[in-house]
Ligand binder design. Structure first.
Ligand SMILES: Nc1ncnc2c1ncn2[C@@H]1O[C@H](COP(=O)(O)OP(=O)(O)OP(=O)(O)O)[C@@H](O)[C@H]1O
Ligand SMILES: [Mg+2]
Length: 406
């Protein structure tokens, strides 16, 4: 389009008066300013820039008309050049601004009448011609402005649509990730349930036998007694792991009652801190006073909070740190509920593990089963809530849970 502009300006230059150097220079200025207006005024804020663009075009048009009219500037056939600033204003401003700038362009054109009327007289035919020219300027301005406004409105609605699409896309991706996670959970769950169930019975027999052995022979043979004790305690540990597997695999039966989240949190935190000697961990609680009770299964929720607290204690290790727990009213996907956050000052979760930590059997601990977070996530899902890792890599882990209130 820039080339077309220059070609049009070139044609205008070829027309009479051809030897008027000022006319040619002004035409060149009009052509160049039309192409580079935004770049030339780029340093100005948008509102002022648009006003300057139109103003400069009106000035250039007025100078061109002044150099091309014979016997007077207002008789110049180049008066149509005023369409350039008028159409620019119509595309850059709303209706009010367009009318104002068209009035200014018309006034600039008519201003030549002031000196001219001292020498010439305005005939009725001349008056009509002048009025027609001005009215056509307004007509063109209004039509272009209508188109431009409609265009802007559509561009705005497309922009909003694109934004909504981006958000929906992101949600879709999250949902797909969740579905993949749930599929993996389901398959592994069935397998685990079968294996764990089968292991439980022989374990019972081994433990019973070991205890009997211990009773029978400990009096005669201390070493055998000690070994039988090991068998029994290791069977207990195995039983614990199997129970965890079964917790994970068993279909959940929710017995929901309206419960106070802070009370559940406190119970879980007490159980976790009572069960460990490590006291370098400071627990900070921040419960919103306006929290309402939410319908949850108290035992399962306590299990969720216990798992998250144990993970945090383990992550902070011997050195200790601070575990911040907060609960506040929140909204998610248009539902009311409670948002609970567990934030620790441990090493956090590296970026490459974020996707995996909720998978069953994923663990970075020597003695871990990797089932804690998958049980947590399953319980929260069953409650219609959500859990996500809200921290960035490089900071302590921050898990955010949402539990719906109805
Ligand atoms: N607070 C945390 N800080 C850093 N990493 C964490 C935190 N919580 C969980 N993780 C990471 O997520 C992994 C999975 O946690 P999850 O609770 O599912 O299993 P686990 O704690 O390893 O074993 P289990 O809970 O079954 O004893 C952990 O091994 C650890 O790498
Ligand atoms: Mg764990």
């Amino acid at each position: 389009m820039d080339l077309v502009w220059l070609a049009l300006i070139g044609f205008l230059a070829l027309l009479n008066p051809r030897l008027e150097i000022h006319k040619q220079l002004i035409l060149l200025a009009i052509g160049l300013f039309q192409i580079f207006d935004r770049k030339l005024l780029a340093s100005l804020p948008a509102g002022r820039r648009n006003a300057y663009i139109v103003l400069i075009k009106i000035l250039l048009a007025t100078v061109l008309v002044g150099h091309t009219g014979t016997p007077t500037p207002s008789a110049s056939p180049y008066w149509l050049i005023y369409y350039v600033p008028v159409v620019s204003a119509a595309t850059l401003f709303e209706a009010g601004g367009t009318l104002l700038w068209t009035a200014i362009a018309s006034a600039a054109y008519c201003s030549y009448l002031i000196p001219e009327l001292q020498e010439f007289e305005l005939t009725p035919a001349g008056e009509t011609e002048l009025a027609l020219r001005v009215l056509f300027l307004f007509l063109a301005a209004i039509i272009v402005n209508q188109f431009a406004t409609e265009n802007r409105r559509q561009a705005e609605s497309y922009r909003r649509l694109a934004e909504e699409l981006a958000v929906t896309n992101q949600r879709l991706q999250q949902a797909q990730e969740e579905v993949r996670r749930n599929e993996r959970l389901a398959a592994l769950g069935q397998l685990t349930a079968g294996v764990a169930h089968e292991i439980r019975n022989p374990l019972g027999v081994i433990k019973g036998s070991a205890e009997m052995l211990a009773q029978k022979i400990s009096a005669e043979d201390a070493l055998a007694g000690e070994l039988a004790g090991y068998i029994s305690s290791e069977v207990d540990r195995l039983n614990g792991i199997v129970s965890r597997f079964l917790d994970f695999a068993r279909p959940l039966q929710l017995h929901c009652r309206r419960e106070s989240v802070p009370a559940l949190l406190d119970r879980a935190l007490k159980a976790v801190s009572d069960g460990r000697k490590q006291n370098g961990v400071r627990v900070e609680r921040n419960y919103d006073a306006s929290l309402e009770d939410v319908p949850v299964d108290a035992d399962l929720c306590e299990q969720v909070f216990t798992n998250l607290a144990i993970n945090a204690y383990q992550a902070m290790g011997e050195h200790g740190g601070t575990l911040r727990i907060s609960a506040r009213p929140a909204h998610s996907d248009g539902r009311r509920g409670v948002e609970i956050e567990f934030a620790d000052t441990g090493p956090g979760v590296p970026a490459e593990l974020r996707e995996q930590i909720f998978n069953p059997f994923f663990t970075t601990k020597r003695e871990g089963t990797g089932l804690g977070l998958s049980i947590v996530s399953r319980i929260i899902d069953e409650h219609g809530g959500s859990i996500r890792l809200a921290s960035e890599p490089g900071e302590g882990a921050r898990f955010r849970i949402f539990l719906p209130a109805d």
